[in-house]
Each structure stands twice: as C-alpha cells, then as structure tokens.
Design a protein around this ligand. Structure first.
Ligand SMILES: [Fe+2]
Ligand SMILES: [Fe+2]
Length: 193
C-alpha cells in the first residue's frame, strides 16, 4: 500500500484527478462510492474496447486488474456491509427499497464470482494481443453489460436516497468502516490530505 491515502482516478477521458481523502472527517463516504462507480464505468468501457480489439495502454490495463481484483470486492463490501443495511434502517418499508437491495445483492454475488475470471482473461493477454476466444469475448461483454445495468440502478435509486436519508452519524460510521476495510485507519494521524 502506498504512503498516501489519496488515490488516483483515471477518468474515461484519460485525465488524472485527485480523489478525496476518505480519512477526512469532512468528506462524505458516498462521494468515494460515487467515484468507485465512475471507475467501474471506465473499466466496463475498456473491457468493451478490448473485446472490439482496440489497444488499451498498459497503465489502463493495470488499473483494470487492480479494480477487478482489489477495489471492486472492497466496494461491494462497502455497499453490502454498510450502505445497504443503513438504507434499510433509514427508509420506510413502503418505499420498498428492500426489493431493490435484494436485486443488487444478487448482482453482487455474480460480480464477485465473475470479476476474477475477467481479470484472469485480461491478465493472460499480457502482450495486449487482444486475441480472445469467442467464449471469452462473450464473458467480458456480459460482465460489462451487467455491471452497467447495476450502476444505473445504484446511481439512479440508491445514491440519491442515501444522500437524502443517511444521517451524519451513519456517514461517519460508514467512513470509518471503509477506512478500516482498506487498512487506512492507522495513517490518520501521520498524514495530511
Ligand atoms: Fe456500487
Ligand atoms: Fe453494488
């Protein structure tokens, strides 16, 4: 793990932008989740490019592998362990948010199982030859389209309700859990954002 807790986000336009420090008590952990969603969208676009045999630069390929093997499992845990239970606690039953969350959790099961497979396909293409079998192309395309549908649901329904309903205390607990999940809590006193 790098010294700084600040991570870098390669946007779809190839720019590099600072991502807010999760350790800053003034920061909203929902912004961090939203940034993970942006990165996930970018990974999906890159998967589509690879399937279409468009060359992807090495740095982006590494970013895809890191996202699929490290960041995505953390992100899914952020949602399943913190975000979704807090939403169930804060939303009225008649809002029927539980049905949406059950669907999202089911998607997570598939994503957790499939992400290592997709990462292995990308990693095996070490010379960027982009010669994937038809089966591999179908797996990659299906993974990206499922992920995009999932993102649409979360960005359109979950995130706006979470921003409206979660309390300051909820967000603080969530932020601390997210830090802990990433092994960052011990850095709080020694670094600045
Ligand atoms: Fe998500
Ligand atoms: Fe999710």
């Amino acid at each position: 793990m790098g010294k700084r807790t600040k991570r870098q986000l390669n946007t779809a336009r190839g720019e590099t932008a600072s991502v807010r420090c999760l350790k800053d008590p003034l920061e909203n952990p929902l912004d961090y989740i939203a940034e993970d969603h942006m990165r996930e969208r970018e990974v999906c676009a890159l998967i589509d490019k690879m399937v279409a045999t468009v060359q992807v630069e090495d740095g982006k390929r590494e970013m895809m592998l890191t996202f699929l093997t490290e960041q995505l499992p953390q992100h899914l845990a952020d949602e399943e362990i913190d975000l979704f239970p807090l939403m169930l606690k804060r939303c009225e039953p008649e809002a029927e948010i539980d049905k949406v969350i059950r669907k999202l959790e089911s998607d997570h099961g598939h994503a957790l199982a499939d992400a290592p497979v997709i990462a292995a396909l990308i990693a095996a293409d070490e010379n960027s030859a982009l010669i994937f079998s038809d089966t591999a192309c179908a797996q990659m395309t299906e993974f990206a389209s499922h992920a995009r549908r999932h993102l649409i649901l979360e960005n359109a329904i979950i995130m706006p309700i979470a921003r409206a309903r979660l309390t300051k205390r909820d967000l603080e607990i969530m932020r601390l859990h997210m830090l802990d999940r990433r092994g960052l809590e011990r850095l709080e006193e020694t670094e600045t954002c």
